[in-house]
Design a protein around this ligand. Structure first.
Ligand SMILES: [Zn+2]
Ligand SMILES: [Zn+2]
Length: 280
């Protein structure tokens, strides 16, 4: 059994009810945070998860909405891990991740030096261990494996999706992408596919060209559903709603997805939880 919690279902546009993109995946006693948008630690606190409890941080890409709270996560994990010689936080992301993590730590240089000066048991900066991947096996520990494949969010490149497996259960996290063969292959037969979605039927009518531009590198609800259908996944979990999902309109979004995918469809607000077992 793998448990998915949509910690943040928002987008770059601040929303009073939706944190930035981030998904928590609990598999085989391990806890993976996939992307870390704004407000992620507040949402994680709501389900009893702290930064120090994470097994690894997985980043699909380096767009600001997906890494907005990276600094908060790194510093908070550091100051709330009380075991001596804490292991480094594994961070798995596309090429560019090491540079982004290093620059984030540099931005917090003053904070880090204050805390090292103040606390006798903090003697070194936050320990991290960055692994950059565009494809292949990125994690294989205690019965949980994570495979990476490229996605297509051009001109944002490289971008990656993750397939997390624990026993017979599997979950794929697509991130932001248009439909592509490598995602179809990564998601093939998975128990669940977590996919970001935008309503192109609405967004194409927004007068600002900069808003319209987002249509060309994201999947619509129907495209995400068609990917789920081609890959033959059990459950489609939609997140990263653009525009924000308005309470009461869930069935509209569900119907658009159901026009392309006959499996189970999940959508909802921050903290929506989905359990994924073995495929029937
Ligand atoms: Zn993006
Ligand atoms: Zn995004």
């Amino acid at each position: 059994m793998i448990e998915i919690t949509l910690l943040g279902t928002g987008s770059p546009i601040p929303d009073p009810n939706r944190a930035g993109p981030s998904t928590l995946v609990r598999a085989g006693g391990q806890l993976f945070l996939v992307d870390c948008g704004r407000g992620v630690l507040q949402r994680a606190a709501a389900v009893g998860v702290g930064a120090s409890g994470l097994s690894a941080l997985l980043l699909t890409h380096l767009h600001s909405d997906h890494i907005g709270d990276l600094g908060d996560l790194l510093i908070t994990r550091w100051v709330t891990t009380f075991t001596p010689d804490p292991p480094p936080l594994p961070i798995i992301g596309p090429p560019g991740t090491a540079e982004t993590v290093a620059a984030t730590l540099t931005a917090f240089n003053h904070d880090i030096s204050y805390r090292i000066a103040h606390h006798a048991d903090l003697t070194a900066p936050p320990p991290v261990e960055v692994h950059e991947y565009t494809e292949g096996l990125a994690w294989d520990r205690d019965g949980v494996s994570i495979r990476v494949a490229p996605t297509d969010h051009r001109p944002v490149t490289p971008t990656i999706g993750f397939r997390i497996e624990s026993g017979p259960a599997s979950v794929v996290l697509a991130g932001d992408t248009v439909p592509c063969a490598s995602l179809d292959e990564l998601a093939a037969g998975a128990g669940a596919l977590v996919h970001t979605v935008i309503r192109k039927d609405i967004v194409t009518h927004v007068p600002q060209q900069r808003i319209k531009d987002i249509c060309d590198y994201h999947s619509s609800v129907e495209q995400a559903a068609a990917t789920a259908a081609r890959a033959g996944v059990g459950i489609l979990v939609m997140t990263h709603y653009v525009p924000a999902l308005v309470p009461g309109q869930e069935e509209q979004w569900r119907a658009l997805a159901a026009s392309e995918f006959s499996g189970h469809i999940e959508l909802g607000d921050d903290l929506h939880r989905v359990e994924v077992g073995a495929r029937p």
